[in-house]
Design a protein around this ligand. Sequence first.
Ligand code: C2E
Ligand code: CA
Ligand code: CA
Length: 763
Amino acid sequence: MSESRPRILAIDDTPANLLTLGAALSEHYDLQTAISGEMGIALAMETPPDLILLDVMMPRIDGFETCRRLKAEPRLKDVPVIFITAASELESELEGLTLGGADYLIKPINVDIARRRINNLLERETLHRKVQVQRDELEALLAERLQAESELRIAAVAFDSQNGMVITDPSGVILKVNAAFTRLTGYSAAEALGRTPALLKSGRHDELFYQRMWSALKEKGWWQGEVWNKRKNGQIYAELLTITAIMTAEGVTSNYVASFSDITEDKRAEAEIHRLAYYDALTHLPNRRLLQDRLAQALAGAARSGRYGAIFFIDLDNFKALNDTRGHEVGDLLLSEVAQRLRACVREGDTIARLGGDEFVLLLEGLAAEANEGAALAKKMGKKLFEIIAPSFTLDGLPYQCKLSMGVCLFAHEDSVEDLFKRADLALYQAKSAGRNSLRFFDPAMQAAMELRSALEIDLADALDLDQLRVYYQPQYDTARRAVGVEALLRWQHPQRGMIAPSDFIPLAEDTGLILPIGRWVMESACALIGQWAGDLQAQWLEIAVNVSARQFRRADFVAEVRGVLERSGANPQRLKLELTESLVLENVEDTIAKMRAIKALGVRLSMDDFGTGYSSLSYLAQLPLDQLKIDQSFVRNLPGANKDETIARTIITLGRELEMNVIAEGVETEAQLEFLEAHGCHAYQGYLFSRPLPLADLVLFPAQTKMDSAPASPAAAQDFLGPEQRDSGLAVGDLARAHGEQGVVEVQGQQVEELAVVELLR
Ligand code: C2E
Ligand code: CA
Ligand code: CA
């Protein structure tokens, strides 16, 4: 209702009535008049009045119809209507009131009554409106209240969720915590209120971590991250924490709300997955993958610092044997214990990893700025590793001595992970071949040797077919300086590399299996020569010794092969001698003895090569059907004078006598050696003192008496292989051969007799 005077609209088609009303009401009300229903409605629509006086009897649309239309307008429906009616029309009063009229006035209008009724009605209306407004206000308030209540309920439920919740004031002092907070941290609300979240600090994060968190909160209004915290009972746990700043309308932080969940289990699972992917299950050491990562990092580090690092490939010697004899569990036990010892002796920043099997790798970083110094430090570390592994292990109650082989490679910037692995592996291979329990550094010469080896391996496959192999022969003499035989020694005439010594390609041939066709070819060549010599008066007595490698001898058909070669060549088996090495014999004594017997049955003789270098026990040496022991050249080299070697040589000679075996010394280079051996009763000799191994065409075994002062048959050819001293001793060969030649041809069987004859002759 307007503040000013109430507005009244009077609708009546009789102007006299309107004038009367105007005179009566205009003093207290703003009176508007309309002379038809339509006009009244239009005016009311323009500005709704506070009350309408409505004449019932009007042309076209009467008061009732007008009232109906007014009530149909939403903005007018609450405007009270007073009907004006003649006494004669009173019966219509009822209709008017049901239509929404609030009251009625009877014509002619009594001004006092009209004013009173209008006032009453307006007052009632005012009251009604006030109540209406209050009710609306109340309803709105109630609705608001209900809304707030439900929000609170939601907030309360949310606050009491499974997540720990903390509300702090802007300075971080805890105002409120929920039940989950207590459950997760162990602190009750009473214990937490008034403190700050620092209460939960685990000490696992540095100051910087918290600084970053606070600056994110200030800048963005929230922070999320993983935090290690500590429970009241001291246990450390991981939580995923979200902190949100609550701002006032003015943009000032009023509170912080922190919500967190315990992710310790997730972390553990994550750590476990990481462990499985990067660590070895048995020893818990980093695995190959992690090692490769670390090595890549180490290389980057070396590039930055310019310092050398080192990588050790470490391999347990004879681990396979332990595994085979005592089972995998014991093998695993050793691996874990070795891992423990290795780990114990490296620094914090170094990596000790397991590649698999019995292979471990040690990675040392930032050793030194100089390669030499780095190598020295690596060597020292290697020594430490040997020492730490040396004390015996106790495996399943039994002591076990473990030995290591190590290949070491220094690294600097420009190396790659793959290259380093290859080099360290190569160095390890060298350490192993050097007799185990040793350490080898990789060096470029080693690499070159390795590359040469692979190149040779390829060429060797065709060497036989391309007719590049040669057999040289080195004469053997008895005490009467008479040639009694020759040893067949292999050479490889390589088209680019020249003459290659057997020590450079026999191991290769053994590894690749090529030794089988090659060895057979040597035997065939020897047998062919036996056949060739059979018709020669002097040479028919000569024996040809052929070296047999373990790989050949181990073949089930080896004996058959020897028989086959003999048969095909028609050579006299008595003239063939096979040289077996001590290690070959030791490998499998029973099989060896059986094969040796079978070979002896063919009429072929057997010699034990390199004797003294192995560890044959006397007890079964006696069981071996040997014809000859060959004193290894390493014992001959330092004769006479070297006490130990003298003893060994003497012992072998005595042994041979006792076992009724012939004894030959190889590598005889000096008269002094010959004298010593002769003095102790050695039967035969072979060595540079007499002749180098030579091609058949250059061999001078029996110089013709007429030519006895001349040089060897083909001196030019011989000189290709002889050094200056050798040419001197080549003359010695001539002299000795001359002595032999003067002897003439004697029955070889009667050796003793001949020796005496020679001794006499030499006197
Ligand atoms: P081995 O059987 O011990 O042969 C003796 C080696 O000593 C030969 O080396 C020979 O040339 C050398 N030698 C002979 N007299 C002297 C001397 O006075 N002083 C020195 N310092 N050395 C002397 P070579 O010919 O280089 O053969 C090396 C090894 O290769 C042989 O050692 C043998 O184990 C192996 N080998 C040679 N030919 C064959 C073969 O046809 N088959 C097999 N399986 N191995 C062979
Ligand atoms: Ca030999
Ligand atoms: Ca030998």
